[in-house]
Design a protein. Sequence first.
Length: 240
Amino acid sequence: MLNFGIIGNPLRHSFSAKFFNKKFENEHIDAHYQLYSLESIEQFPALCREHSFTGLNVTLPYKETVIPYLDKLDDTAEQIGAVNVIHFSNNCLIGYNTDTLGFMHSISPLLQPHHTHALVLGTGGAAKAVHYGLMRLGVECQYVSRDSRKGITYEQLNKDIVNSHLVVVNCTPLGMYPETEACAPFPYQYLTTQHLAYDVIYNPEQTLFLKKAAAQGATTCNGIGMLQGQARAAWEIWNA
């Protein structure tokens, strides 16, 4: 039996577990997929010794900190500096990033000619994958962070900045179940019908970020398409 799973913390409701276990059942694949909630990334080597994995997914907060434990990275993961897929092959742990591919496939149909500049809220692994994907799509990006060393701060955002960046992507965990009443401290009043607001969160389907954006007339999209796309790409990697 092939052994797959996902590492992260917390792992309350994993899309990947439901997606892959349903796939295994429907396609009669002799495999299973489990959740592995790690208190710290230092537990990762012991986990790998205890299980004979074929592949793992990686979610927050370990997409960056897992890298030192891997033997090599593919070009995309190396350029992004974050990993969400690990392939165990010939005693070698290889890191990949399929978040970018899933995100690009999800957002591409929504991009209009005026969507040339984006604000990326957050600076973690998901934000890096989104930033890389947008740049590949020809959209200039600016990180927004609480830390002025990593980008412009939320306090610096004003009407001119928001109006000149017509794509806004939330890559923070704010608003994710069960903390559904949280959202990034963004000046939502400056959003317009020209804006595209994208949230990488998929649970709940309509985060407070998306609700506030929709109230201003912005086009909105959640992260379920990104999740589906990255999962399909992960399966291709594990079966290469």
